[in-house]
Design a protein around this ligand. Structure first.
Ligand SMILES: [Zn+2]
Length: 178
């Protein structure tokens, strides 16, 4: 697609939907901007327009995904956690090792109220990718805003996987308890 020609407006957004729905892996804004010969900022705008049109596009650390999988067949649970920033990798490893997808992290912010970020981390590779990205960009983890307290929305195929993961997190002291 990189023949140097800009693809305009609606045609470009149509392509974005097509690529995102067909791709088995997340696509980064940089990749999408290369394919369409527009700036990354334009892609960010396009994604906002598409989301406003109710397309289920999620921005993750790995890139954009089109969330077409019906999550209804999976079991989800909200868990309250607390840990220091350097324990993030360990926490994510425990969860993905139990076959869990860490869908979201949610924190309470003094000004913005509840902030939700999509993680969509299902493997150690994705956990590493997320942690490395946080380290590289020096961006503080959402949970640093709240003294390490945060919620995770997690998903798994079975209740047992979720219970086992929570059990291990509890032993490691990652679960927020009285
Ligand atoms: Zn966490």
């Amino acid at each position: 697609m990189s023949n140097g020609k800009k693809i305009l407006g609606d045609a470009r957004r149509k392509l974005l939907i097509e690529w995102l729905t067909l791709s088995a892996t997340p696509l980064t804004g940089t990749e999408l901007s290369k394919r369409t010969n527009v700036s990354r900022q334009v892609i960010v705008q396009d994604i906002s327009i598409l989301k406003a049109q109710k397309h289920p596009i999620i921005a993750t650390a790995q890139g954009y995904i089109y969330n077409q999988l019906s999550p209804k067949t999976r079991i989800s649970r909200m868990i309250a956690c607390q840990h220091s920033p350097d324990q993030t990798r360990e926490e994510l490893y425990i969860l993905v090792d139990h076959g869990i997808t860490v869908s979201q992290v949610i924190v309470e912010h003094a000004i913005y109220g509840e902030i939700t970020a999509s993680l969509m981390v299902s493997t150690r590779v994705e956990a590493d990718h997320f942690c490395n990205k946080v380290e590289q960009t020096n961006s503080s983890l959402l949970s640093e805003l709240t003294n390490g307290v945060h919620l995770h929305l997690i998903e798994a195929d079975t209740n047992e996987q979720i219970e086992n993961a929570i059990q291990e997190l509890r032993i490691k002291g990652f679960i927020l308890e009285d």
